[in-house]
Design a protein around this ligand. Sequence first.
Ligand code: OXD
Ligand code: MN
Length: 616
Amino acid sequence: MTTATVPSATQGDVASKPLTTNPHLTAWVEQMARMCQPDRIVWCDGSEAERKRLTEHAVATGTLLPLDQKKLPGCYLHRSNPNDVARVEHLTFICTPTKDEAGPSNNWMAPEDAYKKLSELYAGSMKGRTMYVVPYVMGPLESPFSKVGVELTDSVYVALNMRIMTRMGQGALDRLGPESDDFNKGLHCTGDVNPERRFICHFPQDNAIWSFGSGYGGNALLGKKCLALRIASYLGRDEGWLAEHMLILGVESPDGEMTYVAAAFPSQCGKTNFAMMIPPKRFKGWKVWTVGDDIAWLRVGDDGRLYAVNPEAGYFGVAPGTSSSSNPTALKSIQRDTLFTNVAMTSDGDVWWEGKDGDIPAELTDWQGRPWSRGSMEKAAHPNSRFTAPMKNNPYLSKFADDPQGVPISAIIFGGRRADTIPLVLQSFNWTHGVYFGATMGSETTAAATGKVGVVRRDPFAMLPFLGYNMADYFKHWLSMQAKIQYPPKIFLVNWFRKDRNGKFVWPGFGENMRVLKWIVDRARLRVGGRETPFGWVPRPGDLDLSGLDIPTERVEEATHIDLDEWRRELEGAGEFFTTLGANVPKELQMQRELLLARIESIRTSGPQYHPPTTT
Ligand code: OXD
Ligand code: MN
């Protein structure tokens, strides 16, 4: 191991001296290096020169393939190991002193067992490799709410991705300063990419993450799911704030009024598309500005409102399905300085994926580097192929995306993929009822995921795979936030995915969701009507702006309809789910569920003349 500034003969990487005198950081780097035994240590400063150098190195070693630099300047393709293409929830552990602290929804390992097991895997694992020291900040550099992390990784791909996804480099070391030990210690080693030896372990009490055996995004880019959600949710509980799997957007009306909204949807339910929505023609003059597309850190401001910061600096978006109709803003954001992972490549160095615009090319190189021809039964791009793009590429990036205080949130939206039961939009009666929406939200599984179609997988607050502590305690924390927020946001549940009897979606979705968003904004600002149902408020006829939308009234009624039998099943399902979370599910949520169930019974016994309210 050397720290002298000489180029390595084997890899072309240049070992470098520590870029800080912070003794906590340098001692930890040395300790980890003693265990992993890299050939050299490279401290990342985040400079442009460094980007160039690391990129050249990645190209020379085959980690990145250059794309057509005229058409896609600064863009490269990475192909991961085919056994390493997604987050691995079953290999993700929360390592708290007791199992109960992690709770029944998480995999748990005792910290000493996890450290021991992984130390054995790490021992000598970076021999012949480089250890990159990647200092980064989650959140704007000057924000008092941001968190510093340092990731040690043997992957140049990870270092380059972290450069896009976080505020990476010298700024993070400056923010940490010469003495503080308040930083997340992340250790990542690609190992031999063997699923049998793959672990993503979180130590909330130590503010540490140990990841071994995967080079894929969520498992390897430790700032994102690992720090900004799992560890941050734990810190948020102790420090009185919330780390959430939410997009943040600003809606601007034609007269310049801005309203900010945060929304949680389970993975792959169109969060990035919603965060970058282009309003339809009818909404001329309206604009949707993106603050964030995946994670929100929510805190109460001095003025008693809830403020949201996006801790990330880039988008790690799913490529397939991204097109000029689904998300033109994302397409514009990935024209330069973007890393693509597991997409297909055209013969002239462009990228391609299923659902992209234009004709399907006759010949491609698929995501595994194999020749592919139109008509092949196999997908050219992996369904979970990704783009990593700097958020500053987004033409609709909010000018407050980098604001140290964040943006004030007027509405919180929860949603999922539900073929029935959940109407297009429903407003909660109050905070507790809204927390109930979040706690019981879910999405139907697809055949690809489980073999069973239409099974509701409960995914509270879209945080099931991302929570760093006990789910029941998390519900309690959400309920307790009400006392801290003088002006709480209004809470809504949405469902773009309701289907009719023939299995067709009843609502067109995408840009047309602007109509629902406008109702939400107007409700949050107390200036539009709604109708009370036993389960929340829905829009009355005329409340939802449908002008210019070619959709029969009956379709809209179907989309907003409340069916008592479906709701009874829903409430029973939620009860079963609560049982799986143990005895600590807060009484408020248990009683909320019972209240709704009792309402159904009283409606039923009120006689056949009773008609549950609909929008008509
Ligand atoms: C993501 C996810 O990659 O939620 O953002 O899986
Ligand atoms: Mn996500």
